[in-house]
Design a protein around this ligand. Structure first.
Ligand code: NAD
Length: 384
């Protein structure tokens, strides 16, 4: 089948198997070139198929020489419908890692569920005995709770509505968006989906089953960002979930202090991923950020960020006063943010090409689904 991109707003409904494989191949090549360091050897990655989780899995495999188990929720191909990018990424990763002599097993299903947790725990018990690191990189729009009820997260503000510029990803037009206020119930549900409850459950279940080693590390991801996005992110409904995630890290570290199990949060850079494309205002901010960070020679993608996290910051235990790893250190530098502030009010549909890296944004977007690689023949028939 010839696979072409089918973009609808902030999502692409097709994915290219060969392009996804190329994306994984390039991320592995980057880490191989950067070299190895001492680190955990049995790593569970929850949310391992795309974005920061996939990059984490690659970074620990090729940065520590770690064996990995990955959990993700992706769709297989059916009939003429391609699989999701994460499904192809996972297949490609397993193939490369196995060829390079690493253990790489993947589970596809609902990471929130008890069944998935039990299946993974059984596998760790049988194949490894114990894991020494757990990366929690799940980003989900909804969660089915243990009693079967489904809760959804929202991307809204807290307290007062917020109006600001955004980019309409259907036509690259700069428009205004008013983000509505989340109700108490919506906030509570957002926290249930994107907060630390499920992360805590994973760690608790693993400790109970004795499959997490003493001195193990667990790490989850957060975002803070500059003031222009605070109303929608840091202080918005998603930000409340991220506060809960942080509180969970403190709670876990305290509770398992006798075993020296440490829970960390890494605050990562804003990047184009399937999750961030869905947030109002953020894609416009990202396109301005990309332009400036590329000009300053500071730009990083998921793999550069995760390679830096695992082989540098985490090794040195370089955290800020609150205990966060700050991978947003380059993004939040004054010289970057001052330039964004200087153009934010000026940016319009007509000049976005001058002030923002809209081509870079879209190039990353297509690449997430396996398109736009110059060495992939998109006119060729592929097995989906
Ligand atoms: P992503 O959409 O690329 O990845 C999400 C992952 O979660 C995928 O592997 C997906 O399969 C998995 N997943 C979703 N629902 C699942 C379920 N029910 N069961 C099992 N797996 C499931 O997202 P991302 O942007 O890489 O986000 C990962 C983390 O990084 C999130 O905590 C996010 O908030 C954080 N983060 C993202 C950014 C950014 O700009 N993208 C910045 C900082 C922090």
């Amino acid at each position: 089948m010839i696979v072409e991109p089918k973009v609808k707003g902030f999502i692409c409904t097709t994915a290219h198997p060969e392009g996804c494989k190329e994306s994984v191949r390039r991320q592995i090549a980057y880490c191989k070139e950067k070299g190895m360091t001492e680190g955990p050897k049995k790593v569970l990655v929850i949310g391992a198929s795309t974005g920061y989780g996939l990059a984490s899995r690659i970074a620990v495999t090729y940065g520590y020489g770690a064996d990995t188990i990955g959990v993700s929720f992706e769709k297989e191909a059916t009939g003429k419908r391609t699989a999701t990018a994460g499904w192809y990424n996972t297949k490609a990763f397993e193939q490369f890692a196995t060829e390079d002599g690493y253990y790489a097993k993947s589970f596809n299903g609902d990471g929130f569920s008890r069944e998935m947790k039990q299946q993974v725990i059984e596998t760790i018990k049988k194949d490894w005995g114990k894991a020494d690191m757990v990366v929690y990189s799940m980003a989900a729009p909804r969660r089915t709770l243990a009693d079967g009820t489904m809760v959804s997260s929202v991307l809204k503000t807290v307290g007062t509505e917020f109006t600001n510029k955004t980019i309409d990803l259907r036509n690259n037009e700069i428009t205004e968006v008013t983000v509505p206020v989340a109700t108490e119930e919506e906030i509570r549900k957002t926290v249930q989906v994107m907060g630390g409850e499920d992360w805590e459950e994973w760690i608790r279940e693993m400790v109970k089953a004795d499959v997490l080693s003493d001195h193990a590390i667990t790490i989850a991801y957060s975002y803070i960002g500059p003031s222009v996005t605070h109303a929608i992110y840091k202080d918005g409904s998603i930000g409340q979930a991220k506060k809960h995630l942080y509180d969970t890290s403190v709670k876990l570290t305290k509770e398992f202090a006798d075993r020296d199990i440490k829970a960390y949060i890494s605050v990562n850079k804003a990047l184009v991923t399937q999750s961030s494309a869905a947030i109002p205002i953020v894609p416009l901010y990202i396109s301005l950020l990309y332009k400036i960070m590329k000009e300053e020679g500071l730009h990083e993608g998921c793999i550069e960020q995760m390679q830096r996290l695992f082989t540098d910051k985490l090794v040195k235990k370089e955290v800020d006063e609150a205990g966060y790893f700050r991978l947003d250190d380059w993004e939040l530098q004054d010289k970057v943010q001052d330039k964004i502030n200087a153009v934010w009010d000026k940016v319009t549909t007509e000049n976005i090409g001058e002030y923002g890296d809209i081509d870079g944004y879209w190039d990353d977007f297509y690449k997430m689904f396996g398109f736009h690689y110059d060495n992939v023949d998109y006119s060729a028939d592929v097995e989906i």
